[in-house]
Design a protein around this ligand. Structure first.
Ligand SMILES: Cc1cc2nc3c(=O)[nH]c(=O)nc-3n(C[C@H](O)[C@H](O)[C@H](O)COP(=O)(O)O)c2cc1C
Length: 219
């Protein structure tokens, strides 16, 4: 499965089977998170036993029930744009998990006391990602239109349109989609954060999706 296919198939899943993730799949996730951590300087942690990280009471409004495993998104507070980086690299791991047949849900609401995570000196636990085998595959989110989420002073080239198409499918906190992707005269791209709950994490996720769709790396 390509990353584009993974983007199309990924939806937030909030109900999980109790089934554990098989050892060889766990190994693949660990290898990928190690690679991501080396590249990014983050400290993403795949935790096999999520324990009481999620519970119905805490998540009663969103409906996230429980999950057998969790990815804790940790990074040093000295990292520039820590939240955005977590979004960008966390989504890389989310899409990789999708290619392995797993389901996920980014979760800003979880028990920070009960998650069995390692947080080193100077580090911050930014957010969690629930992971496991879903009871279902989730469903496509309602979305703002490409016109609402992008702007350009000139005709949009194909690569830009494809990037926006993938960005629209990105998960954002409470499906807020508070971003605008702007194509500049010199073909550079600016991501505008319109603020909101976890909007910097959202922006990193959106950037990752855009890069996959457009097949360009955006500085
Ligand atoms: C930064 C972030 C935080 C989120 N926090 C939660 C959460 O606490 N609980 C939850 O059930 N879903 C959470 N979500 C999932 C969003 O509600 C979901 O991505 C959005 O509704 C779009 O749906 P989709 O992921 O199926 O495309 C979060 C998503 C992001 C990106």
């Amino acid at each position: 499965m390509t990353e584009i296919e993974a983007i199309r198939q990924r939806h937030s899943v909030r109900n999980y089977k109790s089934q554990r993730i098989e050892e060889d799949i766990v190994q693949k996730i660990r290898e990928m998170s190690d690679e991501i951590n080396r590249e990014s300087g983050l400290h993403l942690q795949f935790i096999e036993e999520a324990g009481k990280t999620y519970n119905k009471l805490l998540n009663r409004t969103s409906g996230l029930d429980s999950a057998p495993s969790v990815i804790a998104c940790v990074g040093n507070e000295s990292i520039d744009d820590l939240d955005e980086k977590v979004g960008y690299y966390g989504e890389k791991l989310v899409l990789f998990a999708q290619t392995l047949g797993l389901n996920t849900c980014w979760a800003g609401i979880f028990s920070r006391k009960k998650i069995p995570v390692e947080i080193g000196p100077g580090e911050k636990l930014v957010i969690s990602i629930a992971i496991g085998y879903g009871e279902n595959a989730g469903k496509a989110h309602t979305s703002k239109s490409a016109d609402q989420l992008s702007e350009s002073a000139k005709d949009m080239p194909d690569w830009f349109t494809k990037g926006v198409e993938m960005a629209i499918l990105a998960p954002t906190a409470m499906n807020q989609q508070k971003f605008v992707i702007k194509l500049n005269e010199d073909d550079s791209v600016t991501f505008i954060d319109k603020g909101g709950f976890f909007s910097k994490v959202d922006l990193g996720i959106v950037k990752y999706h855009f890069e996959i769709g457009s097949a360009r790396h955006i500085e």
